[in-house]
Design a protein around this ligand. Sequence first.
Ligand code: BEZ
Length: 220
Amino acid sequence: MSLRLGDTAPDFTAQTTEGPISFHEWLGDSWGVLFSHPKDFTPVCTTELGYTAKLKPEFDKRNVKVIGLSVDPLDSHHEWAKDVAETQGTAINFPVIADEDRKVSDLYDMIHPNADDTFTVRSVFVIGPDKKIKLMITYPASTGRDFNEILRVIDSLQLTANFSVATPVNWRDGDDCIIVPALSDEEAEAKFPAGFRKVKPYLRITPQPNKTEETDSASA
Ligand code: BEZ
């Protein structure tokens, strides 16, 4: 059965470029991004892994561990990493799973036979500290992903988890947020010292809670 949002991310053991891992244990209390690429020594994948490595400070800031995957063997990953370093100007600084037996690919339904029956598609899973799947996206092999969009979604997910706000269309960090419908007006008044604008009973706008002066002075 295929995975859905809210499901527990399947646990597994695997060989990676940074040694064997047990997935849930490796995640610990962190958020996680598990992403597959179709194949080592291919152009789009080379750019993706380099860019993701450059984003490490951004992932670290958000307490997110990143892990890649393809069905190529470990020695191929290590050899290809040299090309990524040479062409993208950065070493790969996260583990990449060598899923030769497709154990993890099958668990996460990363091989879509009508696209290609051999290689993984470009899957992305964001996993919360509770090990639940928070986001799933799938791109075709020919389209490189926008990893800034992954960061944007993680920011939104963390705002919801920490402050009970959702984010509107095209939201960017620093923009106003939406108070989740589960909160009453009374609860919202207590929770959001910066106040909120009630456009409709179900549409209540508040400044991004972790950017307001109240939050800044409380955390100073
Ligand atoms: C690439 O990474 O460039 C790629 C991989 C598989 C199919 C098409 C492109």
